[in-house]
Design a protein. Structure first.
Lengths: 178, 208
């Protein structure tokens, strides 16, 4: 039966109640004339060229604050790139990049942080705990050459001339031992 | 200020996103910094340290700090007046409480810049967020120039500093003599000091 009608092919329709990650490369944009006050969340990458006041939470996605973007919000994402202005904390599972045009005031938490020449940043950068080999000591700095256990020595081992790092003395007139 | 640029040496481009803007700005001047070398001397590059830089962020400083620390804060206090902030407002950028206290502090020329009545309070605040044994680097203008220009400092190496004029000259207070610096820095004890050719002095101190 060559001309018998075939059953209509079922094409998957998006379920409005279920948000599935879009295909790679898909990215939503908040345009430069758009202002959003409130919480921005979702499952696709986001480019912000407009203004956002509130919070941005796209934990599995990449968020880019474009050159025109102005964000007064904490941003949580897999990856955050800033080319515009952000007043708020940036938290990324993978990486935060501040481009040379970025102006950021807030704290950054990410295992990798890139700060380009010219980026205007004020705040803290926490790249997480180092490897167990070089474990961070919070209560006491692990200063090599530290002589705290030897009372006759300077607390830091810095006072003796022998502990001086080798230096270029071109600009140095004298060393005043303190 | 008699800092002489080192000809032929590559200086990191830390300011100015646009080339044109960059060309219009005063040049970066690089000098050796024995105090910086002392500050980082013998430290392990294991990420175990926590750095507080009271100056502005820069790519080159961040790159160097990240060899030692996973926790780095750029407070950006020294440029506060350029942003129209008062010193009192600016000093609020030094946190009062921190989860992880710092063990390396770069205060640059803070004591020269802040009003005399704020010097002790800011040192006390720094003491409150640092661990015992923390190292603090301070630069004092001991030259005869009493209308110095505000400078922006960045590291270009572990014994080199770049500086750049970032504003108009300001009237400096009375010259800070070494004994006064030592008194103001308490509970940080000065363990090394260096006098540079142009009259600047670098101090490295350690918190009791």
């Amino acid at each position: 039966m060559p001309n018998e009608p075939q059953p209509e092919k079922q094409t998957p329709r998006p379920d409005p109640h279920r948000s599935s990650p879009p295909a790679t490369g898909e990215r939503a944009t908040i345009g430069r004339s758009i202002t959003i006050r409130g919480e921005v969340s979702g499952d696709e990458d986001l480019l912000i060229q407009g203004q956002v006041d509130g919070s941005v939470e796209l934990k599995e996605q990449a968020v880019t604050v474009g050159r025109e973007g102005k964000v007064k919000a904490n941003i949580t994402a897999r990856m955050v790139t800033v080319e515009g202005e952000v007043e708020g904390d940036l938290k990324a599972d993978e990486q935060v990049i501040l481009r040379s045009s970025a102006k950021v005031q807030g704290d950054i938490t990410a295992p990798r942080v890139v700060l380009e020449d010219g980026a205007n940043f004020r705040g803290g950068i926490d790249m997480g705990t180092p490897s167990p080999k070089g474990e961070r000591v919070a209560q006491r700095p692990s200063l090599a050459g530290d002589k705290h256990s030897e009372p006759a020595q300077s607390p830091t081992g810095l006072s003796g001339a022998g502990s001086m790092p080798k230096k270029d003395s071109a600009d140095t007139v004298s060393k005043a031992g303190a | 200020m008699g800092w002489l640029p080192r000809m032929g040496r590559s200086v990191p481009r830390d300011v100015g996103a646009e080339e044109a803007q960059e060309e219009a700005r005063p040049p970066l001047v690089e000098r050796s910094a024995p105090g910086i070398a002392a500050l980082f001397g013998n430290l392990q590059e294991d990420g175990s340290h926590a750095v507080l830089d009271l100056g502005p962020a820069s790519e080159s400083s961040f790159r160097l700090y990240s060899r030692f620390a996973r926790l780095i804060r750029f407070a950006g206090i020294l440029e506060a007046p350029l942003r129209g902030e008062t010193w009192t407002e600016a000093l609020r950028l030094v946190p009062e409480n921190v989860e992880t206290p710092f063990d390396l502090v770069l205060a640059w020329n803070l004591l020269d810049r802040v009003p005399p009545e704020l010097r002790s309070p800011v040192v006390a605040r720094l003491a409150g967020i640092t661990v015992q044994g923390a190292r603090l680097y301070l630069l004092v203008d001991a030259s005869k120039e009493r209308t110095p220009q505000p400078l922006r400092f960045t590291l270009s190496g572990l014994d080199r500093v770049c500086q750049q004029v970032v504003g108009d000259p300001y009237p400096a207070g009375a010259l800070l003599l070494p004994a006064e610096v030592k008194r103001l820095l308490r509970p940080f004890q000065v363990v090394q000091a260096f006098t540079l050719k142009d009259g600047f002095r670098e101090y490295v101190s350690v918190r009791d």
